[in-house]
Design a binder for this molecule. Structure first.
Ligand code: SF4
Length: 297
């Protein structure tokens, strides 16, 4: 049952992280207007099942007034709310408190702060740490998200398609281009399921500024600016989707076979194969694989 929508309030970000799934950067296009947020919240309400709204990106604090108003609207409509941020604004604890106080006053159910070497390459106390302290001081429910650079791990089950790299970064989007390095490539057929997403009964989608609903970044199951969310959900059938149906039947391996993708180079993991196959299908399925910018184009 669909219970959550994660708004990609903007694709723009202060950073250009190697592990970013959606190719965010300071130059990335795409931002919600407040009217679009309101429209989406109304559609979410009409489903009768969606009860939480997350605001992330890109970096949602880049559009601070829109973020504040979005939180207030969502709260007034009875949604639980959350934010994911890199806390670039936390120059000091005092500054961080200044940015967070209006949010604390509106009320929020979860604040997640990205605090890792991708966002704070020098280590030490940086904006994320100041923001964490300020949020705690303000009594906000806060936690940090830490993704490490991928590293090789020993894994006896590797042949079955179990991971051989750890660190938490998924190899899709920019990560599939930048973090592959010299990691061992494996035969494509072991990647016979999607280990991360539940497509048959999804509980959350990401919604981007163009209206695309993503169960996994870059795979669209409908456009909320063209068709109401309620109708998209009533007609939702992943077995009729030209990408999801094959992933459900046999993972990225089946997707590759179905569309005659050259699998000879081998792949690091499921997402790496999946992303590489999808990139070759963008012209064929422009609605289902959208927007192109999530594929670095
Ligand atoms: S295997 Fe494909 S669908 Fe599943 S999480 Fe990875 S990229 Fe997404």
């Amino acid at each position: 049952m669909l219970t959550g929508i994660h708004f990609l309030l903007t694709y723009k970000c202060t950073f250009e992280c190697d592990h970013c799934f959606v190719y965010s950067s300071p130059d990335a296009e795409g931002v919600f207007t407040i009217a679009r947020v309101e429209n989406a919240l109304k559609q979410m309400k009409e489903t009768g099942t969606v009860n939480n709204a997350y605001f992330e990106g890109g970096e949602p604090f880049l559009y601070y007034p829109v973020l504040l108003e979005s939180l207030a609207l969502a709260k007034s409509m009875g949604f639980k709310t959350g934010i994911v941020t890199n806390a670039y604004w936390g120059e000091s604890e005092r500054d961080a408190e200044l940015w967070l106080k209006p949010i604390a006053e509106i009320g929020i159910d979860d604040l997640s702060i990205s605090d890792d070497l991708f966002h704070n390459p020098d280590g030490g106390k940086g904006p994320a740490a100041y923001a964490l302290d300020a949020a705690k001081k303000l009594g906000m429910p806060v936690g940090d998200i830490c993704i490490d650079k991928p590293k090789l791990i020993e894994n006896a089950d590797a042949k079955k398609g179990e991971p051989v790299i750890g660190g938490g970064a998924l190899l899709k989007g920019r990560a599939a281009e930048k973090l592959i390095g010299d990691f061992p490539r494996r035969e494509y057929s072991i990647f016979d399921k999607c280990p991360h997403e539940e497509f048959e009964k999804p509980s959350r989608f990401h919604l981007d500024p163009y209206g695309n609903l993503h169960p996994c970044q870059g795979i669209s199951v409908g456009n909320m600016w063209e068709k109401p969310l309620k109708d998209i959900m009533n007609n939702y059938n992943p077995m009729k989707h030209p990408i999801l149906s094959h992933i459900l039947k046999g993972g990225p391996a089946k997707l590759a076979e179905e569309y005659g993708f050259d699998t000879s180079p081998g792949f690091v993991d499921h997402c790496h194969l999946c992303y590489e196959v999808r990139k070759t299908l963008l012209d064929r399925f422009p609605k289902e694989l959208a927007p192109r910018q999530v594929y670095g184009l």
